[in-house]
Design a protein. Structure first.
Length: 239
């Protein structure tokens, strides 16, 4: 093998779905009784790749709480028949990233009963019926939970928090050059246990990577933020 070059493998392009309609593949099957291997030819096609939508037949509310309702939804499928599914119906949510002129992020340390401990989050909550739009709801939550405000509220994006069981959306925003205007007053007389802290914006990525920030919707908001305001190439920031 002195000096001989090993030939590179030839990579074939992936086939399109139309080409796969007439593609024949060989499957090796092991017989349980004898352990013998047998080959079996099988044709695959686009029809095997197609997923069909479930159609809702009926929905009923089976339980209600102050923050969500539980619905039982009967749905029909062309191949799977009718089945019951359970859906948590909740209002749309918002969260907002408040950043000061000094490039500090205003975070809320809040006790969460689902995990029985504190989490680090950005201000956020449900959109109330009296909120004119998601941006105003996010600004209201920011003032209530942190005491900070800004006249510049920029939409970043929206996500489905858990589409397997929830139909609602969470809208994320960025508040530029926030300033403290009042003491925070989250859920006055209620059960929210919170405190406000500020951290350098430059620390956020490390806080996510190290597990100090674990709230999925908070991480989603910062993912949108870094798309909107990517790291500088020449040492300067856009905001």
């Amino acid at each position: 093998m002195s000096g001989d070059r090993v030939p590179s493998p030839v990579l074939k392009p992936l086939r399109s779905e139309r080409e796969l309609e007439h593609k024949e593949v060989t499957t090796v099957v092991i017989e349980p009784a004898t352990g013998a291997a047998k080959s079996r030819n099988q044709r695959i096609g686009a029809s095997r790749l197609r997923a069909y939508k479930w159609l809702t037949v009926a929905t009923e509310q089976v339980y209600t709480t102050p923050i969500f309702d539980l619905h039982r939804r009967k749905s029909a499928h062309p191949r799977r028949g009718e089945r019951d599914f359970y859906v948590l119906a909740a209002p749309a949510w918002v969260n907002i990233i408040p950043v000061t002129r000094e490039r500090e992020v205003v975070l809320v340390r809040q006790y969460r009963h689902g995990i029985s401990r504190f989490t680090l989050e950005i201000p956020g909550g449900m959109i109330d019926p009296e909120d004119p739009n998601p941006a105003e709801a996010a600004r209201r939550e920011m003032i209530e939970e942190s005491g900070y405000d800004s006249e510049v509220v920029i939409p970043l994006g929206r996500v489905h928090p858990n589409p397997a069981i929830q139909p609602n959306l969470c809208y994320s925003f960025f508040a530029r050059n926030v300033r403290r205007i009042a003491d925070p007053h989250p859920n006055i007389g209620g059960s929210e246990e919170t405190e406000v802290i500020t951290v350098p914006l430059a620390n956020i990525k490390d806080m996510i990577a190290s597990g100090k920030i674990t709230h999925a919707l908070v991480i989603a908001a910062f993912s949108f933020f870094h798309l909107y305001n990517p790291p500088p190439r020449n040492g300067r920031r856009t905001s």
